[in-house]
Design a binder for this molecule. Structure first.
Ligand SMILES: Cc1cc2nc3c(=O)[nH]c(=O)nc-3n(C[C@H](O)[C@H](O)[C@H](O)COP(=O)(O)OP(=O)(O)OC[C@H]3O[C@@H](n4cnc5c(N)ncnc54)[C@H](O)[C@@H]3O)c2cc1C
Length: 286
């Protein structure tokens, strides 16, 4: 296991990047967990007119500027998907698809979850529903699985699963064309409505049809905050925070879209900065 860091920041959008820069300037050991690609939301922004100092900057250019800033400060991104964060008393255990990490404080900057939680999804998590193909693929050796993919990036996860499973049915929840190499992946189009357990089988209900399999992978860019951190106080899709970005769990902070509207770059950057400074104060008091 890697060394325990002072501050772990989960999410590489404007909030997470801002928090990482401030943590670094305050000489804390840190890890920034997310995607080297940074944020789909930033990259999809055609033209941003309200980010101070950068009139009419495109999302791609803002993402590049954020990436360059991280590089200049010597901050690396740990390319991982966090599946759970556990409060352990004096530290946090951060469960990722590939490894487990430890940190004294954590800042959640994961943005808001894309798509609503399906009825039956959370109730059946761990009983035929999974959020991580890398973690659970081995359980599907010789079995049939369904993947509900919320972005083309999830196609790689389905390909990986298809190396182990007999058959993978892939349901894309996006407009782009799918492109698979594995011959045991079938693409089915439809709108996911519900997940049900039927004996030892899992049923994905689509508008107009049902797919029965041994298990269902629901792959989104992010998971709901309540799933990510057991015991965390939430308000709908958002994490409840104080003005200093602290949450109900000591040492755990949140920043950006995940704390609520308005969903804005400048707000996210500001909250990332406040969360990092609050984590620094928290560490100093300890
Ligand atoms: C089309 C579009 C146009 C927009 N235009 C503007 C604009 O003009 N002005 C403006 O101010 N705002 C605009 N926004 C909103 C702005 O993009 C968001 O408010 C901002 O990106 C939020 O930043 P964030 O850091 O909170 O989250 P995000 O940018 O969503 O970043 C969160 C990151 O966390 C990662 N992540 C999530 N879960 C996990 C996990 N479990 N493990 C690891 N990583 C995880 C995600 O992959 C993502 O990279 C626009 C948004 C869109 C979609």
């Amino acid at each position: 296991m890697a060394d325990r860091v002072d501050i772990a920041i989960i999410g590489t959008g404007p909030a997470g990047v801002s928090a990482a820069l401030t943590a670094k300037i305050r000489n804390k050991t840190l890890m920034l967990i997310g995607r080297k690609h940074l944020s789909d939301k930033v990259r999809k922004s055609h033209q941003i007119q309200n980010y101070p100092g950068f009139p009419d900057i495109s999302g791609e250019d803002l993402a590049k500027a954020l990436s360059d800033h991280l590089e200049k400060m010597g901050i690396e991104i740990t390319e991982e998907q966090v599946t759970a964060v556990y409060a352990m008393g004096d530290h946090f255990a951060i469960q990722c698809a590939k490894e487990m990490y430890e940190a004294r404080t954590v800042i959640i900057a994961t943005g808001v979850m894309q798509g609503r939680v399906l009825p039956g999804e959370e109730e059946n998590l761990g009983r035929g529903v999974s959020y991580c193909a890398t973690c659970d693929a081995a359980l599907y050796k010789g079995k049939e699985a369904v993947v509900v993919g919320y972005s083309p990036r999830e196609e790689q996860e389905a390909e990986f699963l298809a190396e182990v499973a007999d058959k993978v049915t892939y349901v894309p929840v996006y407009k782009e064309e799918t492109g698979f190499e594995a011959s045991n992946i079938e693409v089915v189009h439809g709108v996911p409505k519900e997940i049900r357990r039927d004996g030892n089988k899992s049923v994905l209900v689509l508008d107009g049809s049902e797919i029965v399999s041994d298990g269902i992978f629901v792959l989104r860019d992010s998971v709901s905050p309540g799933q990510l951190v057991p015991g965390l106080e939430t308000e709908g899709a958002h994490i409840k925070t104080e003005r200093d970005m602290s949450t109900g769990i000591a040492g755990l902070f949140a920043a950006g879209d995940i704390t609520g509207t308005p969903y804005q770059d400048a707000k996210s950057v500001g909250e990332g900065n406040v969360a990092a400074l609050s984590a620094v104060n928290y560490l100093a008091k300890k």
